[in-house]
Ligand binder design. Structure first.
Ligand code: DDH
Length: 290
């Protein structure tokens, strides 16, 4: 009788779920990181991998994981993201069948969910590409700029005003590091839990220019411990952006719903999926939200 041949390994939902759980577990275990959680920097990695997308030429985006290579990894905007890539190396070693590009995005999904954010549906299908696919510098936003720049950068990816504002709510998480971007400090009092506090603080606090030797940034007048970038403050000043800031400040559920939808799109930009849109998976968070 013919012996049944073992075909090539085709990973299934359960296999990706194992990777999700490994990222979630590593996030929980590595609380020695000075920021308390690797979650924010993992999300930033997934965003910077995706946010290079150019709709017109179809170049950039999370397919390829080209930030592994020097030209793109060394772009100023990507300073500090080696921390996130290195964090994921042991997981890549444990599950060698997953591509870096699928892993980085799955880690972004895990980061959001494990920081008590909304569920982000996911599908695999990204392949790793060589350094000839590195994107040119300058595709990610520059924090010193104004609305025209924001609309040019995010418009190039295909996002409108509402989506720009919803995406910016990610700044509830993490902080700026002087040795990475030059900016300094967190946006909110709970930088490892996703909430709509970024929008609430933008509207409720009084902000002034910080007097220091670093790049121009705002500080909150009352505690001087929080920060806003010039591009954050623009969201409250521009007529197209402000109504969305007001909406999300009032309504966390609306923020979560819109954030999930727009992050899903961001993470899928430029990826030639074979899995259909209605076949996306969701993974159960390990942490329970309170
Ligand atoms: Fe951001 N971001 N971001 N950001 N971002 C920084 C940190 C983090 C801008 C600039 C900076 C998004 C949009 C913008 C996160 C997520 C997202 C830092 C500080 C700068 C500067 C880096 C450092 O010093 O370590 C600008 C400008 C924009 C814009 O113009 C809209 C978006 C869309 C996201 C997203 O995830 C969807 C996260 C998380 C961090 C915190 C990282 C950390 O290590 O902590």
């Amino acid at each position: 009788a013919a012996k049944k041949e073992a075909g090539p390994f085709v990973p299934k939902y359960e296999d990706y779920e194992k990777v999700y759980n490994a990222v979630a577990k590593a996030l929980e275990e590595h609380d020695e990181y000075e920021d308390g959680s690797y979650g924010p920097v993992l999300l930033r990695l997934a965003w910077h991998a995706s946010g290079t997308y150019d709709a017109e030429t179809g170049t950039g985006g999370s397919n390829g994981a080209t930030m592994r290579f020097a030209p793109e990894g060394d772009h100023g905007a990507n300073a500090g993201l080696k921390t996130a890539r290195d964090f994921l190396e042991p997981i890549k070693a444990q599950f060698p069948w997953i591509t870096y590009s699928d892993l980085w995005i799955l880690a972004g999904v895990a980061a959001i969910q494990e920081m008590q954010g909304p569920i982000i549906p996911y599908r695999p299908g990204r392949s790793d590409r060589d350094m000839s696919f590195c994107t040119p510098d300058g595709r990610l936003p520059d924090a010193s700029k104004e609305q025209k720049h924001l609309r040019a950068i995010f418009g190039r990816m295909g996002f409108n005003d509402q989506e720009i504002v919803a995406l910016s709510g990610a700044h509830a998480l993490g902080r700026c590091h002087t040795d990475r971007s030059g900016y300094d400090g967190p946006w909110t009092f709970s930088p490892t839990v996703l909430t709509n506090d970024y929008f609430r603080l933008l509207l409720d606090e009084k902000w002034q220019w910080r007097k220091w030797n670093g790049p121009k940034q705002y500080e909150d007048v009352s505690t001087k411990t929080l920060m806003m970038l010039p591009t954050d403050m623009v969201l409250t000043k521009d007529k197209g952006f402000r109504p969305w800031v007001e909406k999300y400040a009032k309504d966390n559920d609306a923020f979560f719903k819109d954030f999930s939808a727009v992050v899903l799109r961001l993470f899928e930009l430029g990826v030639p999926f074979t899995v259909a849109e209605d076949q996306r998976w969701t993974f159960k968070p390990r942490v329970s939200s309170t």
